[in-house]
Design a binder for this molecule. Structure first.
Ligand code: FES
Length: 67
């Protein structure tokens, strides 16, 4: 278990893979990802039950991707 000062404060986007919002947003922006498939491949988010796909698509839409 990590110490409290190392705990993350942003929310988990993908519970299956325990991927955080900041990881997805950073991947979308820095790697200029423009599809759900690319986000899954790069971050792992969305490769389980698929319940988080709509949230991932929201991040992509905000970045200007066509999804
Ligand atoms: S919550 Fe993301 S794949 Fe299940």
């Amino acid at each position: 278990m990590s110490p409290a000062y190392l705990e993350r404060t942003d929310r988990i986007v993908c519970r299956c893979l325990r991927v955080y919002e900041s990881d997805v947003v950073e991947a979308v922006e820095t790697s200029q990802l423009d599809s759900l498939r690319e986000v899954i491949r790069q971050t792992g988010a969305g490769s389980g039950c698929t319940a988080c796909h709509h949230r991932i698509c929201e991040y992509l839409a905000r970045s200007g991707a066509s999804t």
